[in-house]
Design a protein around this ligand. Sequence first.
Ligand SMILES: Nc1nc2c(ncn2[C@@H]2O[C@H](COP(=O)(O)OP(=O)(O)OP(=O)(O)O)[C@@H](O)[C@H]2O)c(=O)[nH]1
Ligand SMILES: [Mg+2]
Length: 430
Amino acid sequence: MKNVLVRQDLSLSLKFGFLGLGMGGCSIAYECATIKTQITNNHNPYTALLINTNEVDLRKFSEHSNVRKIGLPGYEKGAGRDIAIGEAAFKEHREMIQKEATEFFVDRDFIWVIGGLGGGTGTGSILEAIRMLYANGFKDKCGLMITLPRDNEGSTVIENALDRLKMLAAALKNLGCILVVDNQKLYNDFIKKQPQASISEYLDYSNKYIASALHEINVVTSSFNPIAGYHFDSSELLKTLQSPGLISIGKLEFANGAIDTANQGTFLPDFKKSIENGTLSDGYQFEKATRLAVSMVAHPNTAKRIFSMSFINSIESTVESLSPFATEKSIAVYDDPKGEDISIYTLVSGLGLPKRVNDLVLKAKETQDKSEDIFAQEDSAISALAGFSRKKVEAEVNTAQDPFANTEVAAAKLDIKNKDDFDPFSILNK
Ligand SMILES: Nc1nc2c(ncn2[C@@H]2O[C@H](COP(=O)(O)OP(=O)(O)OP(=O)(O)O)[C@@H](O)[C@H]2O)c(=O)[nH]1
Ligand SMILES: [Mg+2]
């Protein structure tokens, strides 16, 4: 769907609040809060509460009435990728955060707790943040958004992420939805389009991409007239977000003339791929989905031509083959008088963890094994040095050049002996 952000005739399903944790979590939450609509009295529809140990990072976000920042005194320098510090910082200030969060999110329909997995602050505080919200009346209205690290972020980052993922996986059934942003996937897509760009440009792109993906889903479910009776509405969206398990978003756009309904090859393979490829992450076992919703939007003329019974039927059959055990499968079609293309959104919930997690586990194990091997090997330079001894030096220094040479050598030797305990190289003298 084009121009979502500049149209005045759209409305929103749910009031989202975003609780950003650590630098990555705060950056995504901030990006969501800075989404602007043309809707009167709702120009900035989302709110963000940004929590970080690192004071400097927090200052980067400019002030807005719908953004609130919380620093964690005593931890201003950051958690330095140490989960235990991130967790301790949150726990120490939990009461203050709780007070702010309950006040600030009082009118929100759904809160996204966001953390970039891999660092100290976001990763360390994510479980505590969920506990806090659950204990304060948000149990049925919060979900998680987490990013998974890229391959080359180093073993500490990957191990931090896996450490907390393991805990989240154990509690999966007791949590609301979890939306995974696979940074490697978004990075691969981005680098193809902009090979010269920097990492910070990538992060900026990814945050805007994530924010608009979520915003579009929220707009589609409430802005248009349903055709053919069924409407996947705000309450359905809320139910989907409340479902435990992973959630995957898919999006597909066709130009108005691109679909021939008599020729399924013009749309069905792309439709299936758009679900499998996902917008933010992929590699899910869709047979395990508990709910699947498809929302399709087109200009009324195109809608009349395309959304025939046979077209809907082919979409239904595809959904059926992908997720046969989903207890709710909804196909909703809408007409949008200003629609310039055909947009198809899918939301699949109740999924298990994506394959990317297996890849990260493998990567972590491989790195651990390799590093053990490397460090077990004797350093070749050290063994070469062990086999080396210098040529015997003349005992007496040439006194012709320096009359005091011998005395100084003797004094220095004495000195070294006295300082033996403080000398980092004293081992050499023993
Ligand atoms: N998509 C996206 N991912 C990010 C962004 N910033 C960081 N990340 C990811 O989040 C992970 C954790 O990084 P940070 O959020 O900076 O870490 P932190 O929670 O501030 O932790 P400490 O700095 O160690 O206290 C990184 O390894 C990245 O994979 C961002 O702006 N966008
Ligand atoms: Mg940080």
